[in-house]
Write a protein that binds this ligand. Sequence first.
Ligand code: KIV
Ligand code: NA
Length: 272
Amino acid sequence: RQTAPTPAAIRAAKGGTPLVALTAYTTPTARMMDGVVDIVLVGDSVGMVLHGLPSTLGVTMEMMILHGQAVRRGLGASLMVVDMPFGSYEAGPETAFANAARLMSETGSEAVKLEGGRHMADTIRFLVARGVPVMAHVGLTPQSVHALGGYKVQGRGAAGEALIADAQAVAEAGAFAVVLEKVPAALADRVTSEVPIPTIGIGASAGCDGQVLVVDDMLGLFTEFRPKFVKRFATLGERAEAAIAAYAGEVRARTFPAEEHTFADTAPGETT
Ligand code: KIV
Ligand code: NA
């Protein structure tokens, strides 16, 4: 694909071929997935995955802007969405708009994502009316980890109805899609059939309208812990560790650099 889908096109993809989403935080990873996935999310997971933070709570606007700018340079054929970090949107619609506008204007992203259901509906409506396409995120919302008492499955049993109400509320408020994180598969299927916007699952169900994963998780680069919903499509972390160990060994044995990596005093035609 040569051009990025618009938020309206993503919304219209409800019920069709599943939407493919991945996170990215850097230019080279964005280049690898450009045009291959539908949606690239500059997730606030960047704080844990690349900066070693214990949760997403310490992620700042400045971090999201810096990584958003890096991703933008590698992306032209996938929709780019930037996460609003903790503290940048919860106080009210005006604050949320100021920060969403800053994220979009300074990174060039086409949309933002924020966490929350019914209690964020007024804010989503305010942003959408002012030109900010919004992706919502319900179920396990990691910025509320302390309020939730851990990274637990959400919406089990009687709590399922509240989760459906949350997804309905963000759809009615104008969100173009909604992430469903760590919810029972049957509940995700119900939300998918009852809510008119695409559901993007992570730890949800193959019946969702799309899926998202954290890129470092699915590449096997982030190995501090592994949620049940992560499938490692590669084990790049193990290969990187082996390469680093091999380099250390060759330096200590003086087998690297070899002659092919060094320069003669005179070398006709050699320019680099
Ligand atoms: O920050 C993130 O990576 C996310 C996705 C997992 C949905 O919010
Ligand atoms: Na996030």
